[in-house]
Design a protein around this ligand. Structure first.
Ligand code: MG
Length: 300
């Protein structure tokens, strides 16, 4: 099949030979942080170095959603459908209210400023989980050089009492994250230090306890050729991950099942469209999509 690499036969059942990769937009500096809004039939994503958030819909194509964006990166929706945003420059997590106002949810841990929140997810209990690596502080390209006050960390924020808790602190560069469909596992990308010669590029997996605490943390999958940035889970618990040569589909046991080949470095992904079986792919300067024969995970 052209455009795919089949490694495990099951991957053949996930892809469609007559549904090629589509380029939906180009001309971005670094596309990131996609999130699907089914009720509005639109995808939002960051054009991070251009300090803007873009909107794509089938009817209108790519349009500007918000600029300046305070160097927004990762996005998610909360249980009330509100947009949750990671801001590199603002070093905070914010929420776009239904009336259009922006609420800063959290920007400090124990009095110290967050680094540059990168990627973000919302659990079915409403808690907000995000990575806070140093990347966004280390160059002017993604928000402006600033001094770090905290080590790289994965946090859990509870908007009900505004509490912020460290859930993992043994990462050099925590990046993308997602839950398994039953939310019993949390996957977190380790992108490694920004300027390392051979940075770590793998995904770790944690068990999520009933109290929201994590255990485990073994390496789940090494992304080769590496770019372990963002990923999403499908309905079967497979992980569709960024990589240097496209999108890698990784089975629940950590084995590579196949690849969707993409001509530029992939950063992050989101399932969307009417049935949740269209994969939107942020890849360097471009936004792509591909229709698959598998749906994104729906959470409890
Ligand atoms: Mg990222």
């Amino acid at each position: 099949m052209i455009g795919f690499e089949i490694i495990d036969p099951v991957f053949k059942t996930y892809v469609l030979g007559n549904a090629p990769l589509e380029r939906l937009g180009e001309g971005f500096r670094w596309a990131e942080g996609p999130v699907w809004f089914g009720d509005m039939g639109m995808l939002l994503f960051s054009d991070l170095p251009n300090n803007r958030v873009m909107r794509w819909s089938e009817a209108d194509g790519v349009q500007l959603f918000r600029a300046p964006s305070d160097f927004a990166n990762g996005h998610a929706r909360d249980r009330e459908g509100r947009l949750i945003t990671c801001s590199h420059h603002g070093r905070c997590i914010s929420r776009l209210e239904h009336n259009g106002e922006v609420t800063k949810l959290v920007d400090r841990f124990e009095g110290k400023r967050l680094n540059a929140p990168n990627d973000i997810i919302v659990k079915s209990d409403g808690t907000i989980w995000f990575s806070d690596p140093l990347f966004g502080l280390q160059t002017d390209y993604e928000g402006g050089k600033q001094k770090a006050e905290l080590p790289p960390t994965v946090f859990r924020f509870d908007p009900r009492d505004a509490s912020l808790r460290v859930v993992a602190d043994d990462f050099e560069g925590p990046n993308g994250l997602c839950f398994s469909p039953d939310e019993r596992k949390l996957y977190v990308a380790e992108t490694g230090p920004l300027f390392a010669d051979d940075p770590t590029q793998h995904i770790r997996v944690f068990d999520v306890g009933d109290d929201g605490r994590l255990s485990g943390g073994a390496v789940f999958h090494k992304v080769t050729p590496g770019f372990a940035d963002g990923f999403v889970a499908d309905q079967h618990g497979n992980i569709w991950s960024s990589a240097a040569d496209g999108v890698h589909c990784i089975g629940p046991t950590g084995d590579l099942l196949g690849k969707v080949l993409v001509p530029s470095l992939v950063s992050n992904l989101a399932f969307g469209d009417r049935f949740g079986s269209r994969l939107f792919i942020c890849a360097s300067h471009s936004l792509y999509s591909i229709f698959l024969n598998v749906r994104g995970a729906t959470w409890p």
